[in-house]
Design a protein around this ligand. Structure first.
Ligand code: FE2
Length: 339
């Protein structure tokens, strides 16, 4: 029997409205923050209610320690990035009703997958877990699996694919699939630092994805660090009767695309690029709400900047225009194709 679509709880609507009210704020001025980048408000106590139909999606945190090329940044230094991510974590924790899950779409590390990057990431994200929110993440091209597993191992899901951080999370109304699209560099390469490898699913993960989509009867949102185009699975995503959409990171930009299998076919899905949580270009995260017949994803945009060739004194007017335009954008992922 079909269930009735459940209305958004009032508290969550207010949270959405509150987020929207900040849309006109220039950059990160809306945040209460101490000089050292830590949030002025303490971490949220664990007593807040969790909404089983609400998740947050974050990507491209790029937190960690100084890296060599940091000198190209002027005012946007590594402590700035870490501070932004801390503030956004605090913002999520300030919601009256918390999301049950935070899904991370890779590029946790600042640049090269350093051990210290993941130590810092664990410290910054731990308040979410302490508030009762479950964290599930996958890797991006700037990650390295070994140090990531050492420090964030509890947040990588139960991977059915050896050597990968793939996972399926069963939420009340849909399944969330995180693919691991990281291709680590050849260890023998002259420059084998993280970020030099690229993307791939690999044969075993592709086979697992094929069988998963063939067998599942649930609406499924598929996510990876890289786009479905980059991974060569865009037509597979569209043709699968259970896949309602695709989320990716990597581009640090709020990108709204529609995938279709061929020009003459009507079957299509949305593919959404997520902002970076702290590094550059679109800065923010997304809130994902599940209904009986669809998912709704709302973009929370807190800043836009591009650090190259800027100085502390420069803040381009177009950056604030982008924040105003993109904050609060809402995208629907209907389950219609499942009918
Ligand atoms: Fe990235």
């Amino acid at each position: 029997m079909a269930r009735m679509t459940r209305p958004v709880p009032q508290s969550t609507r207010r949270d959405f409205l509150k987020l929207g009210a900040c849309a006109g704020a220039a950059g990160l001025g809306a945040f209460a923050v101490k000089a050292d980048g830590t949030p002025a408000t303490p971490a949220t106590p664990a007593s807040k209610p969790l909404d089983p139909d609400l998740s947050a999606v974050v990507s491209d945190l790029h937190v960690g320690q100084l890296w060599n090329e940091q000198k190209f940044r002027t005012d946007r230094s590594y402590d700035y990035i870490n501070g932004v991510v801390r503030r956004l974590v605090a913002e999520i924790l300030s919601m009256k009703v918390l999301p049950s899950y935070v899904f991370g779409l890779g590029d946790i590390s600042m640049c090269y997958g350093e051990e210290r990057d993941y130590e810092i990431a664990a410290e910054i994200l731990r308040p979410l877990e302490e508030a009762g929110i479950k964290i599930v993440m996958t890797a991006g091209n700037h990650d390295r699996r070994s140090p990531m597993a050492r420090h964030l191992g509890g947040w990588l899901g139960e991977s059915p694919v050896a050597g990968r951080f793939a996972s399926v999370t069963h939420l009340p109304r849909f399944d969330m699939v995180l693919l691991d699209s990281l291709k680590e560099p050849d260890p023998s390469a002259e420059d084998n630092r993280a970020g030099r490898g690229g993307c791939e699913l690999g044969a075993e993960q592709s086979k697992w994805l094929d069988s998963l989509l063939a067998e599942t009867t649930r609406p499924t949102l598929v996510c990876a660090h890289h786009t479905a185009w980059s991974l060569g699975i865009n037509k597979q995503m569209v043709k699968s009767p259970r896949v309602c959409g695709f989320l990716h990171g990597h581009n640090h930009s709020w990108q709204d695309n529609i995938l279709f299998s061929s020009y003459g076919r009507k079957t299509m899905i949305r593919m959404l690029g997520m902002p970076s949580m702290g590094m550059d270009r679109d800065i923010g995260y997304a809130l994902l709400r599940a209904f009986d017949d669809r998912l709704e994803l709302v973009h929370v945009e807190r800043d836009y900047y591009f650090p190259v060739q800027t100085t502390k004194a420069e803040r381009l007017p177009i950056w604030d225009a982008v924040v105003r335009e993109r904050h609060g954008r809402r995208v629907f992922f209907p389950f219609d194709k499942l009918a």
